[in-house]
Ligand binder design. Structure first.
Ligand code: ADP
Ligand code: MG
Length: 376
């Protein structure tokens, strides 16, 4: 009896220890399996952008860009603006080498691709057709899904490309400012966006480019105005700010004001532009940036949303970047400014949308056609 009573507790202790160890092992094993399941499988998406005068391709792995290739068409410089027919021909010449380079730089094989994304619109029809047809054929040839992307949504969703930065949380306001568009959009979710206001005539990029043309600067003049503005006095020449609705934009009056101002001054002094280029550029830029900021302030007031992002080519402008940064401390906004290479037309932003749509299974079929006018 006494022997038994001594052995029993040892046995019991052994059983407890054994069941404890089994539990620990099975828990770690299950946890490992769960981790493996939770880990997103890698998806590689090739994206193609050809909406205007840049032929671009990029490869994204989940939300990280592996390559981002852009061939900017130089041919338009001699005409002072984009010539649609020449743009589509240049896209045809560029598209194969650009896509090839994007895949090569990503260090993958085209067999690794999970899907092909492309810009469906808005943009120039002839240009869009090149990217659309190429993407359709490639997805068919590789037997992988096809994803259509709205170029303006892409300018906004470029903020979700993973660069280790803070990403805007929903809802937020996005101001898309480019050569063809000027809009303020309320972004409720990735694919739930509402345009709050837009331009009633020219786009802001056009205002930069046309003012630059009046000053005799080559196309596209926006970046040049920005560069000369650095050295000038922004308050040297006051230009009027057009009065339209609180969330609407108008730029045609500014272009005319610059034209009349330059004509008047060069009649008095033929060297007026050369002597005062920096001041003129700084004054034009100051007027445009103030105007854009006024509209953003109106939008924040109207919606109560103070997370503000910008996108599109003009968001490369140093004036608007500075003004937005200052708005953080001045008005308590949280602002989101894209990396330079994701501002002007690029395929990385198309790839980001491709990746988000891939996760949600939002695919299209070979019947899809390019759409020159394509609302957000
Ligand atoms: P779109 O998609 O409409 O062709 P992009 O997004 O390619 O337009 O942007 C091109 C426009 O951005 C041009 O009008 C160009 O002048 C303007 N832009 C680019 N960089 C700057 C800058 N630093 N300052 C002002 N405008 C700029
Ligand atoms: Mg462009």
């Amino acid at each position: 009896m006494s022997n038994n009573s001594k052995i029993k507790p040892i046995k019991t202790r052994f059983t407890i220890l054994r069941s404890f160890l089994i539990r620990v092992f099975s828990f770690t094993f299950t946890a490992q399996i769960m981790c493996l399941n939770l880990k997103k499988p890698s998806t590689y998406i090739l994206a193609i952008e050809s909406s205007c005068d840049d032929t671009a391709a990029a490869v994204i792995k989940n939300d990280r860009i592996l390559s981002n290739v852009v061939a900017t068409q130089q041919i338009h410089q001699q005409y002072g603006g984009v010539v649609p027919e020449l743009a589509s021909r240049a896209h045809q010449q560029n598209i194969v080498p650009v896509v090839h380079q994007a895949i090569h730089q990503a260090n993958i094989d085209k067999k690794d691709l999970s899907a092909v994304a492309f810009t469906r619109g808005p943009g120039l029809m002839g240009s869009l057709l090149v990217g659309t047809s190429f993407a359709k054929s490639l997805s068919m040839g590789l037997g992988i899904p096809l994803i259509e992307v709205n170029h303006m949504q892409a300018h906004i969703l470029a903020h979700f490309i993973d660069e280790g930065q803070n990403k805007p949380s929903f809802p937020f306001l996005a101001m898309t400012i480019s050569g063809g568009h000027t809009q303020i959009v309320q972004v409720n979710d990735y694919f739930d966006m509402q345009v709050l206001g837009e331009t009633i005539d020219d786009a802001v990029g056009e205002a930069f480019d046309k003012s630059a043309k009046i000053l005799g600067l080559p196309y596209p003049g926006g970046p040049l105005i920005d560069r000369y503005a650095q050295e000038g006095n922004p308050k040297a020449y006051p230009f009027p700010k057009p009065r339209v609705g609180p969330l609407e934009f108008s730029f045609s009056g500014l272009k005319t004001a610059v034209l009349y101002f330059v004509e008047r001054e060069t009649n008095k002094d033929p060297d007026f532009i050369d002597k005062n280029l920096a001041d003129i550029c700084a004054s034009i830029q100051y007027t445009i940036v103030e105007y854009l900021m006024d509209k953003l302030k109106n939008a924040v007031k109207q919606t109560g949303i103070n997370r503000v992002a910008i996108g599109g080519g003009v968001s490369a402008n140093s004036g608007i970047r500075d003004a937005l940064q200052q708005a953080e401390s001045k008005y308590g906004w949280k602002t989101f400014i894209p990396k330079f290479e994701y501002c002007t037309d690029n395929a990385a932003m198309i790839a980001m949308v491709g990746s988000l749509k891939y996760e949600q299974g939002l695919f299209t079929d070979a019947e899809v056609s390019a759409k020159a006018r394509y609302k957000i």
